[in-house]
Design a protein. Structure first.
Lengths: 296, 284
């Protein structure tokens, strides 16, 4: 970025003319001018080429059962798919929607329970003494270890999967929120007290916004582990969903569907992460603007 | 010269601080460390009182006791005739009559400059939002901060942030401003500009200023009086009156009287700094 552009941006920000959208557009255009997107395309091309050559051209020994790129993509975009799953079949979208719905429930629950709990754990030392040790014992238990218990406790096929997905998200959100509160420089709350704020006002105006960057880091991790646990949950319980799709396709030896499910997971998972990041940027304009001045 | 100095003394009736026989003993790992040792300081209302001492000598402990962030082990602190802390309450209640300007700055990064400045009165809730914002805007204009109302603190220079922070403190109409080495991290050029800006603000809003520093030049330039503290435990070692008349500007730095005072104070400060250095105390 040239000096002139830098001052120009600084000036606009100084006059508060740059809205969130304007800044996003500006970043987008400078991103397109940089070599980064083209390097990204090369990266993807390299991966796809490796796939193509190892499976279809060189036919390496351990790759013989692996579906090739042409087979997967022609199946995925076929109007009359051989294995019954493509972008033209309603079943494909049913898998996606059901997975998304489970993620939405679990992520929503984890956020509305985890953020307040984390805030209070960070804020009240007494509460932390009660709850945190408990937390530390539960947290390292992998989601897979919860599967049997989840199936025993929760009825049906839907609630156990949502519970499993919720669990890991909840821990990530709560822990990061708590760390966020602890990370706030003490002088901010002291300044608030000095300026006459009550304890509750300090909580609202200092603790909550001060922890916000960590909360959103937590939510980013949370949505990531939610997908991770969702697939684990769907593989053992539940009907429909991308994890279920991958697992049953393996059982039925419909290998191209495994790859379709995997790529779909990647794309959708990435999109949900991006949405969480966008929401964070929207809620923390101060941080976006600070960083825009810092790293350009 | 003296007469003129007297004439320019601020006529302020509120904000006298009396520190009486304050002792602060820390007990971090069972080994008692005396940070402040029977310290008594009298600061008349409206004075700029510079507390000078080596880093880590316990000056900040004293400031925290006045602000109400820490308790004292014994002694009294009075603001005017009101006892802030004493035998019955070892820790003063923080309040908007004594506002701290922090070493690293404590403007809320998530609030715009204007929202920061309006914070105190907004919390108090006595005035309407539009009244508060009008007052905040006009105070910002007085301090030469117009045009930065809607910027966030992270977007403006560190010198400007310090000014915003002082204006935020003044919005509450405090009796005392407590400065905890606020210009420590600034480069010397910015510092000199900040000193003049601070005096300018002071001439408009006379308050008592309790200012901690280890920079002797800063202390003499700003202060009516220097209280040079001994190294840990902290207690006043020498008091130096700065009889250079206010209002001052940067030309006093080269005046012979400034040099004389500098020479008078330097020996004492150096001696204490050496003691602190030899003891290997951690800067705080």
């Amino acid at each position: 970025m040239s000096q002139a552009e830098a001052t120009d941006l600084g000036l606009k920000i100084g006059q508060a003319e740059v809205t969130g959208m304007g800044l996003t557009m500006y970043r987008m255009s400078s991103w397109l001018k940089s070599p980064r997107p083209y390097l990204m395309v090369i990266g993807f091309a390299f991966l796809l080429a490796t796939w193509y050559f190892t499976v279809e051209v060189w036919k390496l020994p351990r790759f013989q059962d692996m579906p090739g790129i042409t087979e997967v993509f022609s199946e995925w975009f076929s109007k009359d798919p051989y294995y019954g799953l493509s972008i033209y079949t309603p079943e494909y979208y049913k898998h996606i929607l059901i997975s998304l719905r489970r993620i939405a429930y679990a992520f929503f629950l984890a956020t509305i329970l985890g953020v307040p709990l984390g805030l209070f754990l960070g804020w009240s030392k007494t509460l932390r003494e009660y709850i945190f040790p408990l937390f530390e014992v539960f947290r390292p238990i992998p989601v897979l270890a919860w599967v049997p218990l989840a199936i025993i406790i929760f009825s049906g096929s839907e609630t156990p999967v949502i519970f499993l997905t919720f669990l890991a998200s909840f821990f990530a959100t709560t822990l990061n929120t708590m760390l966020g509160v602890e990370s706030i420089d003490e002088s901010y709350s002291r300044a608030a007290y000095c300026l006459g704020a009550s304890r509750w006002q300090t909580f609202k105006h200092v603790v909550v916004p001060g922890a916000m960057p960590y909360i959103f880091t937590g939510l980013q991790i949370s949505i990531g582990v939610a997908w991770f646990s969702l697939v684990a949950g769907e593989m053992v319980s539940g009907q429909y969903g991308l994890g279920y799709l991958i697992n049953t396709s393996y059982m039925m030896i419909e290998y191209p569907k495994i790859i379709i499910g995997m790529i779909t997971l990647g794309v959708i998972g990435y999109s949900t992460s991006a949405l969480v990041r966008l929401a964070g940027d929207y809620m923390m304009q101060w941080r976006v603007r600070e960083l825009a001045l810092g790293d350009n | 010269m003296n007469m003129m100095g007297e004439e320019m003394q601020p006529e302020v009736t509120k904000g006298a601080i009396r520190i009486e026989d304050v002792v602060k003993i820390y007990d971090p790992d069972g080994a008692a460390v005396m940070a402040v040792d029977h310290c008594s300081i009298d600061i008349p209302a409206g004075e700029i009182c510079m507390i000078v001492g080596p880093s880590g000598c316990g000056k900040t402990t004293l400031l925290n006791a006045i602000a109400g962030f820490h308790d004292v082990t014994s002694g009294h602190i009075y603001l005017d005739d009101e006892m802030l802390c004493g035998p019955d309450n070892r820790k003063a209640e923080p309040g908007s009559d004594r506002i701290v300007v922090f070493q690293n700055g404590a403007l809320f990064p998530w609030k715009t400059n204007l929202e920061n400045i309006a914070f105190g009165p907004m919390m108090e809730g006595k005035l309407s939002k539009s009244e508060i914002y009008d007052k905040a805007r006009s105070m910002m204009a007085d301090a030469g901060l117009s045009g930065t109302e809607n910027s966030y603190p992270g977007e403006v220079s560190s010198g400007l942030r310090r000014r915003v922070e002082i204006v935020r403190a003044l919005m509450n109409d405090p009796k005392v401003l407590l400065f905890d080495e606020p210009y420590r991290a600034l480069d010397s050029l910015t510092k000199s500009v900040m000193h003049e800006a601070l005096l300018e603000i002071y001439y408009k809003n006379k308050v008592t200023i309790f200012f901690i520093t280890h920079d002797l030049e800063e202390a003499i330039f700003l202060g009516h009086r220097l209280i040079i503290m001994s190294s840990r435990p902290c207690k006043p070692k020498k008091i130096v009156d700065v009889d250079i008349p206010h209002p001052r500007d940067y030309s006093v730095l080269t005046s012979p009287r400034f040099r004389e005072i500098m020479n008078e104070a330097k020996g004492v400060v150096h001696e204490e700094a050496k003691k602190a250095f030899d003891a290997g105390e951690k800067e705080g």
